[in-house]
Design a protein around this ligand. Structure first.
Ligand SMILES: Cc1ncc(COP(=O)(O)O)c(C=O)c1O
Length: 409
């Protein structure tokens, strides 16, 4: 809906941007008795308010003149130092301060990456399905997409070669990067196998594109063994890694960080300067204090224990309520971490059309269509299991099974 006054003034960029269905759903289901599996929300009962309160009092009483002032676009140095220490301990990744930038959520990192790399009609290789916020960021800078399907081991990277080998040189040159969520993908829940990670790096070297790996769920593993990041496997400068504290601490902090080579991070800082000058130093100082006090790791262990249980409950509820429907083509991912399950339904079900019926039955999900760059797949949905209670998960899946049962073949 655009008023006459705005019509001739809006940029082509904003006119072609479709609003996020997840954000819309968030508005629709907020403060209602709908059981929502739609948002990617962490459980608010697990927000570590006491830890945050203690760190806030401490930084305000010792450093208020510095942290209430404007800060560097690259980030608050004590936080960068804590993050660098943590990366060595947890991932054996060795970085200098110039190789890491703090961002206002990792979503801002995605937007800046699009801003510094993409000219109109440049190409980004994406997973099918892919993270909606990434697709939106790249589309708003005019990106075209090459989609690569996923299976239970993540992106089927071998297909990249088939798709690229027949492209002309000038088209290959327009491929700027592959965008991938390798661990517990949003929306698919899948994890890219080690073999495929190595193959992807090989292809990036062969065709000379960058890899943007987005890892907000990597630390939320409930079973199985951690797989090394693309960054740690690739030569220097090939990979840009985005991380976020939205799921590990709280999304209201809007804190993320991105690391890569020094020259890429320099360009990211330039791109960030005109967006928000800096991420709030006050918030960065609180996180730095929490890390310095070594209070984050125990909190993450608690998240893993609760979310791991919720994931199991959702899987059990799917077995309990969906299998009796006797529809052989319903499938769901068996995930080892993250916040999402991905459900594939029979072809005759259009999840976008079904959503209003689901909301009437007081259950919500995100239709899968929006996670495809070309909107081509209609029969999938994403379910979030972190934000509902144990009891709501079972009740919500029961309602969802009833809605699916009532769809006409
Ligand atoms: C894959 C992925 N990347 C980025 C983001 C944005 O996260 P942030 O809250 O750090 O901006 C999300 C949020 O759900 C996500 O799932």
């Amino acid at each position: 809906m655009v008023s006459k006054l705005l019509k001739n003034r809006l940029s082509a960029r904003i006119k072609s941007t479709k609003r996020s269905s997840i954000r819309e759903m968030f508005r629709l289901t907020e403060n209602s008795d709908i059981i929502s599996f739609a948002g990617g929300l962490p459980d608010p009962n697990l927000f570590p308010a006491k830890i945050i309160e203690k760190a806030t009092v401490s930084v305000l009483s010792t450093d208020s003149k510095r942290i209430l002032q404007y800060g560097a676009s690259e980030g608050y140095v004590p936080l960068k130092q804590e993050l660098i220490k943590r990366l060595i301990q947890k991932e054996k990744i060795q970085l200098t301060e110039e190789e890491l930038i703090i961002t206002t959520g990792s979503q801002q990192g995605l937007d800046i990456i699009a801003k510094i790399f993409l000219n109109y009609e440049d190409i980004v290789i994406v997973e099918e399905p892919s993270y909606l916020g990434g697709l939106m960021a790249f589309k708003s800078y005019g990106a075209k997409f090459i989609g690569i399907p996923c299976d239970e081991n993540g992106m089927r990277v071998e297909i990249i070669n088939n798709k690229l080998k027949n492209l002309a040189k000038h088209e290959i040159n327009r491929i700027k990067f592959v965008y991938i969520v390798p661990d517990f993908q949003n929306p698919g829940g899948t994890t890219l196998s080690l073999e495929r990670r190595k193959k992807l790096i090989e292809l990036a070297e062969k065709y000379d594109f960058l890899i943007v790996e987005d890892t907000p769920y990597k630390e939320l593993r409930y079973s199985g063994k951690d797989i090394p990041s693309l960054f740690s496997l690739a030569p220097q400068g090939r990979v840009i890694t985005l991380c976020s504290f939205s799921k590990l601490l709280c999304p209201g902090f809007r804190l993320g960080y991105t690391f890569s080579s020094k020259d890429i991070v320099f360009q990211l800082a330039t791109g960030k300067q005109s967006i928000d000058l800096c991420t709030p130093p006050f918030i960065q100082a609180i996180l730095a204090k929490i890390l310095e006090n070594n209070e984050l790791e125990k909190h993450i262990q608690n998240l893993i224990s609760v979310y791991g249980k919720k994931e199991k409950i959702m899987l059990n509820s799917l077995n309990k309520h969906m299998l009796p429907l006797k529809i052989p083509t319903i499938e769901w991912t068996k995930v080892e971490g993250g916040l999402f399950l991905w459900i594939k339904l029979p072809e005759y079900i259009d999840t976008e059309k079904m959503i209003m019926k689901a909301i009437e039955k007081k259950v919500a999900y995100v239709p899968g269509t929006d996670f495809y760059h070309d909107g081509s797949v209609k029969n999938c949905m994403r379910l979030n299991f972190s934000s509902s209670t144990f009891e709501q998960i079972d009740r919500g899946i029961k309602r969802l099974a009833e809605v699916i049962k009532s769809e006409k073949r």
